[in-house]
Design a protein around this ligand. Sequence first.
Ligand SMILES: [Zn+2]
Ligand SMILES: [Zn+2]
Length: 268
Amino acid sequence: MKVDYHIHTHLCGHASGSMKEYVESAIEKGCSRIGFADHLPMLFRDDPSLSMSEDELPRYIDEVLGLRERYKKDLGILLGIEADYHPSTLEKVAEMIDAYPFDYVIGSVHVLGDWIFDDPGEMDRYDEVDINELYIKYFRTQESMVDTGLFNVVSHPDLVKKFNIRATIDLKPYYRDLLGKIRDAGMCYEINTAGLRWQVREMYPEPDFVRIGAELGVPVTYGSDAHRPEDVGRDLDEAFKLMRKSGYLELACFSQRNIRFDPLPDSE
Ligand SMILES: [Zn+2]
Ligand SMILES: [Zn+2]
């Protein structure tokens, strides 16, 4: 079983390749199902290199639905979206989510206060903050995101480690709190392999998080976070390996906002 539920498109302004090329890359790699999950217009900051504009959103929906129809014999295509969580834009985000027939909504914390902390251009600001407090704030913000009930998937749940600037406190109690909320909300979290391509050189989230997730019975899914067609399905084997090792037997995905499960394939 090859899948990938976190795929971006050129509309976000920082990804390459046409949407058709992502689909063809998925077919070439033997995927049976994928989901596009491009960035929902980022209302927090109007910048065409961060996300599509509000005007482009209907076009994104049409293109994904058109590709779904056109490739239905070869590949299942889900309509997802990655929405930023920021308290100041919540109402409008909810409106945009409600307006379209999304199969799932990935919720992401990329912004804390006025800081896009995963933007390499804003890395200086790590020098100005207490790193342990930053991690705590990040995990608590993800809990607030889960509490809104707007999202289905928590993406890359320890993205704050992206540049390999690490907390020194024990983060496991924060993992437990967040994971308990994800489970109780009927959501899942994502193992996202993009971290392997950044300074941190490991998947999001770290193995302790996944182990506790399995122990607490929290559903898990997988996404490459591809911003180039060739990255579709990237490092899926490694993600599956970590899931199996942690005790997972199933992989979650969402169709029309309802959770469903596929058995995890045995290791080869
Ligand atoms: Zn992106
Ligand atoms: Zn993201």
